[in-house]
Design a protein around this ligand. Sequence first.
Ligand code: DGL
Length: 277
Amino acid sequence: MNEYAPIGIFDSGFGGLTVLKEIAAVLPQYDYLYLGDNARAPYGSRSFETVYHYTLEGVKALFERNCHLVILACNTASAKALRTIQQKDLPHLAPQKRVLGVIRPTAELIGKYSRTNHIGILGTSGTVNSESYLVEIEKIFPNVVVTQEACPLWVPLIENNEHLSKGADYFIEKHVQQLMRKDSAIDTIILACTHYPIIATRIKQFLPPHVQLIAQGPIVSTSLVDYLQRHPELETKCSQQGSRVFLTTDLADTFSKSGALFFGEAIHAQTVVIDHL
Ligand code: DGL
């Protein structure tokens, strides 16, 4: 039997579970090790240095647990930490290992979804201020007009299980309307935060029916299938016993309970400490 070498999935908290759910649906054979840094979530309004520092600790924790491939299933971490980790840390930390993000695969496909070529981005302040989507989409679809809206309270509401409350609806409506007011030609909106699929139906109620919401799970999973085919040297290192293990830096019981909503099935999380690395 191969040694246990799961694919690592990292997020600030619960959001990455929406991505893992889609990945595990199309690639069920692999082992997955999920790490949510709930103790320090949300990342969205933290500085570049802090997000980089926290994300690097998460990646190291997953490397220590034998992951050869780690996916940052978090836009904020992808925007603020991925490039530095890939260019500065990986070469001396683990030159054979790989860390991938969720922004590039989304940007590569998104132009194909829009008929008007006007795309909206809903994300955390960190993701929006990084302008990563503007830069990445421009490279691939230079004719597409991209308009952003930061929604700083959405992740805290979701992490605190308040996303179905009336109070949450107020903030959801506010940002959806602000985005559409900035550009009424938008016909496609990226849920550019992996937490947001959990409130997709709440977002839709404030949008004209012709506007489509795109979640990243299906995009990232399609891109991962392609990546593993193109990188057999890495793919053969990923063990295939079909296991899913969930780690959180905060309370395991809370993670198991709330995480099940995001993952769509029961999970049993364990608490880990990662900030000593
Ligand atoms: N799921 C993360 C993202 O995709 C949320 C970031 C946060 O913790 O604020 O951006």
